[in-house]
Ligand binder design. Structure first.
Ligand code: ZN
Length: 93
């Protein structure tokens, strides 16, 4: 990841790796309280409702992160995400 945030001090979504820098970016538990482990896109209504595979997450994130300017093109984004996302808690076996 060639972003400027420091992953050691900035919490990131444990599903997609998005840095969570604003309270409104936090996910939600099923009862509506904030879930600081995940972003609101991955986890809008509780971890029980989270679906999809790692491959689907990578396919979803690649064009988004290129569009955001985090990567210059899709192959470099896919290579970085394929290495990074499996280190996040949701995808660890
Ligand atoms: Zn997320």
């Amino acid at each position: 990841m060639n972003t400027t945030f420091d992953p050691a001090t900035t919490p990131v979504c444990q599903s997609c790796g998005m840095p969570l820098t604003q309270p409104d970016q936090l996910g939600r538990h099923a009862d509506g309280t904030p879930n600081p482990e995940y972003c609101v896109y991955c986890c809008p209504e509780g971890e029980e409702k989270m679906t999809g595979t790692l491959e689907e997450m990578i396919d979803f994130c690649v064009p988004v992160e290129v569009k955001l300017g985090l990567f210059p093109d899709e192959p470099s984004a896919r290579a970085a995400l394929s290495a990074y996302l499996p280190t996040l808690r949701r995808w660890k076996k």
